[in-house]
Write a protein that binds this ligand. Structure first.
Ligand SMILES: Nc1ncnc2c1ncn2[C@@H]1O[C@H](COP(=O)(O)OP(=O)(O)OP(=O)(O)O)[C@@H](O)[C@H]1O
Ligand SMILES: [Mg+2]
Length: 325
């Protein structure tokens, strides 16, 4: 980074200090990312895709990650979503909204009379030890979980929205949403009720009986959002969710994300190249060569003011990103 850029960032002041440091969890913490590294390759051909990154995501935050192509955005998202495993470091999820034990038990309850679940052996005490990592913190380090438990963890806590929608073409929009809930063996009436709620919320009730190839890109993406929200995930992860959309559909999707964030209190982690999309976030982390080099917080600013602030950062970093609008 050049001297003028360094001065700019000093003036703006980073609020990253202390983020993700062990022991800094409080009641509002959703995820702590502590010294996470992901390297690809070996010997003289090592790529540091994510290079000692630490930060904290708070519950109910709408957080964006920006960076040039190859800066490590998708890798970081894949680590948070357990799709990929870290080379080093830890990722702690808070499993209790209030920081007290009972909700943490309920979060993982799939029928054990004691309220403890995810035990491979079916015995409560071992499951308890694995997931009850010291109430009232009730955090779980996903970098330490076995593949079986990771799969349960994903199913119970995460929702995904991809650039390419990933809907099943042989199912209607409604069935695509329902499928996510069926996998968790919920009651039929509950599935139907939740599905109707989501179809309304996302404005696609009138096309629910259509197949994905019969609706627009925007409607497909809203269906993908509904599917991601079906199980009330702790965290919604989105990698370039507006990448395949025209500007009107992109705006509708971003407004939907904002609504999900504000009304449903969904915590959202969104990767984007695009300053316009990023301006909907409450906070943005800027990645370069696998490191976080800056952070912006929207605070009380209007979206337009925040967009200008984002564009300022991008222009100082060589404007390697797109700035649609
Ligand atoms: N499976 C892999 N094997 C080897 N190198 C990889 C792999 N996945 C990613 N990389 C490398 O890690 C770095 C970060 O990649 P990543 O996909 O996270 O970037 P990105 O910021 O999402 O880029 P884009 O904006 O193009 O999607 C790149 O240098 C990439 O080539
Ligand atoms: Mg990517």
């Amino acid at each position: 980074m050049q001297e003028k850029d360094r001065l700019f960032f000093q003036q703006k002041g980073s609020v990253l200090a202390g983020a993700g440091k062990p022991g800094t969890q409080d009641a509002g913490t959703a995820i702590r990312i502590c010294d996470v590294e992901k390297y690809y390759g070996n010997g003289s051909h090592v790529t540091k895709a994510v290079d000692r990154v630490s930060f904290t995501v708070r519950q109910g935050e709408f957080i964006g990650v920006m960076g040039a192509s190859g800066s490590g955005k998708t890798t970081l998202l894949n680590l948070l979503s357990t799709i990929d495993t870290v080379t080093a470091g830890h990722i702690y999820y808070t499993l209790s909204d209030s920081g007290s034990c009972p909700p943490a038990r309920r979060a993982f309850n799939t029928g054990c009379p004691e309220g403890y679940t995810l035990s491979d052996s079916g015995s409560c005490p071992s499951a308890r030890r694995a997931f009850d990592t010291g109430c009232p913190n009730s955090e779980v380090d996903i970098t330490e979980l076995s593949e079986d438990r990771l799969s349960d963890f994903r199913k119970n806590n995460l929702g995904f929205v991809f650039q390419e929608y990933n809907l099943l073409d042989t199912l209607t929009l409604e069935e695509n949403i329902m499928l996510a809930m069926t996998l968790r063996r919920q009651k039929k009436e509950e599935i139907q009720k939740r599905c109707t709620e989501l179809l309304e919320l996302l404005g696609i009730a009138d096309v629910k009986a259509q197949f994905p190839y019969q609706v627009s890109g925007g409607q497909k993406q809203r269906c993908a959002c509904a599917r991601a929200l079906a199980n009330r995930p702790r965290l919604l992860l989105a990698d370039e969710p507006t990448g395949a959309l025209d500007s009107h559909s992109a705006q509708t999707l971003l407004e939907t994300f904002t609504e999900m964030n504000e009304k449903l209190k969904a915590t959202i982690f969104m990767v984007t190249h695009d300053a316009f999309s990023a301006s909907y976030c409450g906070r943005i982390l800027f990645l370069k060569d696998g490191k976080i080099f800056h952070e912006l917080v929207r605070g009380e600013k209007t979206r337009r003011e925040f967009l200008n602030e984002i564009l300022d950062v991008l222009s100082l970093t060589g404007g390697e990103f797109s700035h649609a609008e």
